[in-house]
Design a protein around this ligand. Structure first.
Ligand SMILES: [Zn+2]
Length: 366
């Protein structure tokens, strides 16, 4: 590893899996800077002037304005506007295969920009680790091929029926502010979310096999065991976990769930409304279509006990697999279709969550 590369702790996976709250919890650690879904920095943050996590429009926020000045001589410059166009051209579904494969001029130019951007964020913020919760695998593959970035991935998964149910609900986006951005997070169909859940998770397993250090975290575990999750995640970037934080940090995050703007001391709890609210036919179809990965992640079809414990491995390499393990479970646990459905193991760790309540105001649902 080259010492001059910027460490990026990337939260990856399908949306509505709790990434924004996880990012805000991780960002309580000294030496980190949370930048939210950096994938949307140009389109939403600069182009639509949406609100940063700090509450100011992104181009005016102290971090992003300084980054813009030093990167392109100000976001209003021709070069700054050119970056909005560049990343808009790349952010199209048909460009995903080329991005994942690292092919083409657009990808090359984007990586050149990112190679300047991430070290600059570290320099301006004074942080040694950048926390990026872009989630999308294509952005992770971009970063994995960026020369100045030392990428580490927290692969976040959630029961697919919970993800499908969550995406069926449109949610207001306070970050749209007075900007031109969408006022609602769009709802998506069960079919679209199911296919994406499978593809996204598969791409993160593939990235882990390409030697990108990765830890798998289940949404349902981290909400119940925040301290253990933070230890495993921060271990990826060589940072100590200072225990379970009492509050969350807002940071300078782009886009994400409205929980980015929630009270810093808000209670945190699992959103399990899908167990009673998702229709039986939809649950059955989603469960069947995702069977292989779902069961390997320890997610059952049976709603009375939808999540079973997974065996955790000690830090190091899992015997016989060659997979990197820094806490949580190995890549091979999930990709091998080993079928832990109905299995057993030592589950969550020993730290209590920050504050939990049965009050729905604290539901983690990103
Ligand atoms: Zn800001």
């Amino acid at each position: 590893m080259r010492p001059d590369r910027t460490k990026v702790l990337y939260i990856g996976g399908e949306g509505r899996s709790g990434s924004t709250v996880l990012e805000r919890l991780l960002a309580t650690t000294p030496g980190t800077c949370a930048i939210g879904e950096a994938k949307y920095l140009f389109a939403l943050g600069i182009g639509s002037k949406e609100l940063c996590g700090c509450g100011r429009p992104v181009p005016e926020c102290e971090l992003w304005s300084e980054v813009g000045n030093r990167l392109v001589g100000g976001w209003d410059s021709a070069e700054g506007k050119g970056l909005v166009d560049l990343f808009a051209a790349l952010d199209r579904p048909r460009k995903i295969p080329a991005t994942v494969a690292g092919r083409g001029d657009l990808v090359r130019r984007a990586r050149e920009v990112l190679a300047d951007l991430y070290p600059l964020i570290a320099e301006v913020s004074g942080a040694s680790v950048i926390i990026d919760s872009s989630k999308h695998p294509a952005w992770a593959y971009l970063l994995a091929g960026t020369e100045t970035v030392d990428l580490r991935v927290v692969h976040l998964v959630r029961h697919p029926s919970g993800v499908v149910q969550s995406w069926s609900r449109p949610i207001e986006r306070p970050q749209a502010g007075a900007g031109k951005g969408e006022q609602l997070m769009p709802a998506h169909s069960a079919l679209e979310v199911t296919v994406r859940w499978d593809i996204f998770n598969g791409l993160f397993h593939r990235l882990a096999r390409r030697s990108v250090p990765t830890v798998l975290v289940r949404y349902e575990d981290y909400v119940e065991d925040i301290g253990g999750t933070l230890r495993a995640s921060l271990g990826l970037v060589g940072l100590e976990c200072g225990g379970t934080p009492e509050t969350m940090t807002r940071g300078h995050g782009i886009a994400g769930n409205p929980s980015r703007f929630a009270d810093d001391g808000q209670a945190i709890m699992v959103d399990d409304r899908w167990i009673t609210e998702l229709g039986r036919i939809k649950h059955t179809l989603v469960s069947a279509a995702t069977w292989r990965k779902r069961s390997a992640y320890g997610y059952r079809y049976r709603r009375s006990e939808p999540v079973v414990p997974l065996v955790r491995h000690a830090t190091g390499r899992a015997a016989g697999t060659g997979d990197r393990v820094t806490g949580g479970v190995t890549d091979s646990d999930t990709e091998g279709g080993s079928g832990t459905e109905g299995g057993s193991g030592s589950g969550s760790g020993d730290d209590p969550a920050v504050r939990r309540s049965r009050d729905r105001s604290g539901v983690v649902d990103d």
